[in-house]
Design a protein around this ligand. Structure first.
Ligand code: HEC
Length: 403
């Protein structure tokens, strides 16, 4: 009881900080992408002589702002220089805290799904960590390889790589944990880009300025390439971070394909906005993204199953009595006012199935969670059988009443 309650608090606080730092990071990053792409040549010759390459005026919160970007560096470095790195680092640190707390510490609930693959807890956790580490290593090698010199080739290689990861994770973990690890891998790549490439590049720039030598231009080129990647990863990562609320995505048989298609759609939407900042937006990426999203939506419309009239009960009350038995054994250990399942201090999402009326009132969501997405029982901890799922399916099609 107490442990579950503490876990809930840690999860709430961790998520809160993660969300705030994530907003600060992505917000700043979107702002700088916009800024970079919106710059115009400086108006004053004096600015041009000082090495200003572009400038923009904006108005915000009751004040006028005038931002200028130097071609390389200003003649004199200012006393204070803001770096914008802790937003990224704290987002990653709180993200690692959450993944450890939820998906690793409670792996048997949120990560392992024996109907996908039977894994021991240490093996599952190890595979999860390996995904994050290998994701960065492979991505970094791809960027540094000869493929990395051609943007188109690199984009294709990365699409293949992340698609293989999406598919692979869905073959070893439950859908929810698979999605989250895919997103965490992309998020780790984004932060590692900041830590291992962008920041060292900026440090070299500052050091070069202080020592009066010319900065190594390769740093700037690499940093630019990596921040472009980061901007295209953003929307796919954010989709994954909210996906755990939408079991119809990760709970589907083709969850890996849905993940790939929605990632591509997210990246295309970002392509559109970046082009728009540059003033040359084509609607094509946006339209393709919309078609992809609508295509997924149409492809996964839940189809009503057909009941075999011959061997189905005709009496709702009889079927319901069996359904209630199934729910009692497979669901109520968690979905009760006082759950008996270790680690649960309150009914998840407030969902309780302790009376016949409560079950009938929630027929639609029971059907959705147990038959359509198979998201429940979570991690199939209570080992519901296919026959029991079929029984719930049948009861729902009969109207989902108590009698
Ligand atoms: C081991 C604990 C456990 C068992 C057993 C369990 N659930 Fe859940 N259930 C959860 C958790 C945790 C959530 C919240 C999931 C989330 O946060 O996305 C949940 C959420 C739900 C929801 C709300 C989903 C939503 O997004 O609105 C429904 C409905 C549900 N469960 C039905 C069932 C049914 C029906 C069974 C039995 C077949 C069952 N659950 C068995 C843990 C469990």
């Amino acid at each position: 009881m107490m442990e579950g309650y503490i876990l809930e608090w840690l999860s709430l606080l961790g998520r809160w900080v993660h969300l705030v730092t994530g907003i600060a990071w992505i917000g700043a990053s979107f702002y700088f992408v916009w800024l970079d792409n919106s710059l115009r040549a400086p108006k004053l010759d004096a600015d041009e002589k000082r090495g200003v390459g572009g400038e923009i005026w904006s108005v915000h919160g009751g004040g006028f702002y005038h931002a200028q970007k130097y071609k390389v560096a200003p003649p004199e470095l200012p006393d204070t220089l803001h770096w914008f790195k802790w937003e990224a680092y704290t987002t990653w640190i709180t993200g690692m805290f959450l993944i450890s707390l939820i998906y690793w510490y409670q792996a048997e609930i949120y990560l392992i799904d024996p109907s996908v693959m039977v894994l021991s807890k240490p093996v599952a956790i190890f595979l999860g960590m390996l995904t994050l580490a290998l994701g960065w290593i492979i991505y970094d090698l791809l960027c540094k390889s000869s493929i990395g010199k051609h943007e188109t080739k690199l984009s294709i290689a990365m699409l293949v790589f992340v698609s293989v990861v999406a598919w692979g994770l869905c073959q070893i973990f439950g859908g929810r944990g698979a999605y989250l690890h895919y997103g965490a891998m992309l998020g780790t790549i984004m932060v590692a880009n900041v830590f291992f490439v962008i920041m060292p590049g900026q440090r070299d720039l500052v050091a070069a300025k202080e020592q009066g030598r010319a900065p190594d231009p390769s740093h700037g080129i690499r940093a630019k390439q990596r921040s472009v990647h980061n901007t295209f990863f953003t929307l796919p990562v954010l989709f994954v971070m909210i996906s755990n609320h939408y079991a119809f995505t990760w709970g589907h048989t083709y969850n890996w394909l849905i993940l790939i298609v929605l990632s591509v759609a997210g990246a295309l939407i970002r392509v559109f906005f970046v082009q728009r900042h540059q003033g040359k937006a084509s609607l094509v990426p946006l339209v393709v993204a919309a078609v992809l999203i609508m295509g997924v939506a149409a492809a996964i419309v839940p189809r009503p199953s057909v009941i075999n009239a011959a061997d189905s009960h005709t009496n709702t009350a009889e079927v319901f009595a069996e359904v209630q038995g199934v729910i009692q054994t497979r669901c109520v250990s968690c979905h009760a006012a006082m759950p008996s399942q270790p680690g649960f201090s309150a009914p998840p999402q407030g969902v309780v199935f302790e009376s016949a009326e409560a079950i009938a009132a929630q027929a639609q969501s029971i059907y959705q969670q147990v038959v359509v997405t198979k998201a429940m029982p979570i991690g199939n901890l209570t080992q519901i059988t296919d026959d029991e799922r079929a029984l719930i399916d049948q009861w729902y099609l009969m109207g989902g009443k108590t009698e």
